[in-house]
Design a protein around this ligand. Structure first.
Ligand SMILES: Cc1cc2nc3c(=O)[nH]c(=O)nc-3n(C[C@H](O)[C@H](O)[C@H](O)COP(=O)(O)OP(=O)(O)OC[C@H]3O[C@@H](n4cnc5c(N)ncnc54)[C@H](O)[C@@H]3O)c2cc1C
Length: 439
């Protein structure tokens, strides 16, 4: 009899941590992902704001496990799981059998069913969305450069929805791109009003952070020319404008949606119990109750600690991945499983050059110190020396030259060369498109 087969669905933060811990152990691991790469999402906004290249923040999964005998990778979009037969179904009908299964398929953008948003907003959840957003912003500038200030207004008004870390970081980066770099290169836009507006439904930006850090971020954003609107929701979107909950409207052709995520659709496609937030319910060992051999981790899993679901963040996903790997090995060895405990090491967000906020236990860091801490932590967690070096080089270049160099408009022919016209707000969700080839 061969070694126990462990199938992991998803090579994101959770799945990868699990596979790494199982590398070299007496198990046969098969890692499945719809994409052939692991994506470092915390820096996705830097791709969308022309600072980094996609390959700086993504690494082919096969290259991560190149020399490892017992971990294999297959690019596959999982469509379902047959728990009775212990079999995973993939999009092109190739089934994979398992003894242990780890579901780590992450999350997807949540549009909350708001009128027009799903069709018109630009997301920031995967690489294809980040590239589409980058292209869109650059094309707006090109389009506006041919117009009068009055005509150009909606092209030069960029609305970012969601004042969490992703929205704050993107708004800051977009402002740096627009105000710092482009005036030199777009003399035609001199005198044109250019606006970045950040909309947050709650009374403060960075709601999960302590109040003082939220206030700090708010002030820093405003100092960088960003209009911050708190306590307001987007109620509808048309091709011409964004409507807010107080009845006001903003003329804009750009709505960046960073307002939240929901569990991956796979959670709804399998027959398991789910929490109110739609995440797959798990027990103290991250097992899916009543389904032998199946674990769920990361954004898709609802692990409750101290009466609350642990947040959808990379740290819990990685810790859960390592814990499940350990418990699979313990189960094979006939040892009792260890319950999972999430250790919250803190959270951080950057507003731009020399400005970030970080909460590390009792420490609240701001300004330059917060920013350096943010840089070091992110650099540490990027996978692969080449990626680390490329990111460091990109940051160094930007720090010294205030330059966001990746300002090429790719795929322009696909959407029609020349300025976007007619239906300006483009859909960039691309959840399906970005998944790449399937077996
Ligand atoms: C823009 C952005 C910025 C973020 N910044 C931070 C941050 O600064 N700090 C932080 O802690 N967290 C951050 N997060 C959250 C963090 O990315 C997630 O919490 C984390 O990725 C969850 O890990 P996971 O393993 O559950 O899912 P993921 O890392 O999302 O991995 C899921 C994997 O499953 C694959 N997959 C999905 N469906 C299928 C399927 N049907 N078949 C096969 N494969 C599938 C996906 O391709 C993906 O590779 C950010 C998220 C985003 C979108």
């Amino acid at each position: 009899m061969g070694q126990p087969r462990v199938v992991i669905i998803g090579a994101g933060f959770g799945g990868l941590a699990c596979a790494k811990k199982l590398a070299g152990q007496p198990v046969d691991v098969l890692l499945l992902d719809a994409n052939n790469y692991h994506l470092f999402t915390p820096l996705l906004y830097q791709v969308a704001s022309s600072l980094l290249n996609p390959s700086d923040i993504a690494r082919p999964v096969r290259s991560i496990f190149g020399g490892t005998q017992n971990v294999r990778f297959r690019q596959a979009h999982v469509t379902g799981i047959d728990f009775d037969r212990k079999r995973v179904r993939t999009a092109k009908g190739i089934d994979v059998d398992y003894d242990y299964l780890v579901v780590a398929a992450g999350s997807t953008t949540n549009f909350f069913g708001i009128e027009g948003v799903e069709e018109r907003a630009l997301g920031l959840k995967d690489l294809s969305e980040a590239l589409e957003l980058r292209n869109h912003i650059l094309r707006c500038l090109e389009a506006a450069s041919l117009m009068t200030p009055e005509e150009a207004e909606p092209w030069l008004t960029f609305v970012v929805v969601g004042g969490g870390p992703t929205g704050v970081e993107y708004a800051g980066a977009l402002s740096e791109l627009i105000h710092g770099v482009l005036p030199d290169e777009y003399p035609e836009l001199a005198g044109h009003p250019i606006r970045v507006v950040l909309v947050e439904a709650l009374p403060q930006v960075l709601p999960p952070f302590p109040e003082d850090l939220g206030r700090e971020a708010h002030t820093k954003l405003e100092r960088r020319g960003i209009t911050v609107l708190t306590g307001l929701r987007v109620s509808a979107v048309t091709p011409e404008e964004v409507e807010l909950s107080d009845g006001s409207t903003i003329r804009s052709h750009t709505l960046v949606w960073a307002a939240g995520v929901r569990p991956n659709d796979l959670a709804g496609a399998i027959d398991v119990s789910r929490s109110r937030s739609g995440r797959v319910e798990v027990d103290a060992y991250l097992r899916v109750p009543s389904v032998p051999g199946v674990f769920a981790i990361g954004d898709i899993a609802s692990f409750v600690q101290d009466g609350k679901e642990v947040p959808m963040l990379s740290a819990p996903a990685m810790q859960e991945g390592r814990s499940v790997a350990e418990n699979i090995l313990r189960s094979i060895a006939g040892l009792p499983l260890k319950p999972f405990h999430y250790r919250d090491k803190g959270s951080m967000a950057t507003i731009g050059k020399n400005a970030a906020v970080a909460q590390l236990g009792p420490l609240h860091l701001k300004g330059f110190i917060g920013w350096v801490t943010w840089l070091i932590v992110h650099l540490y967690y990027i996978i692969g020396f080449r990626n680390r070096l490329a990111v460091l080089l990109g940051w160094g270049w930007n720090y010294v030259r205030s330059d966001r160099p990746v300002r090429i408009i790719t795929r322009a022919r696909e959407r029609g060369a020349g300025p976007p016209a007619g239906r300006p707000l483009v859909t960039a969700r691309g959840q399906g498109r970005g998944r790449g080839a399937e077996p």
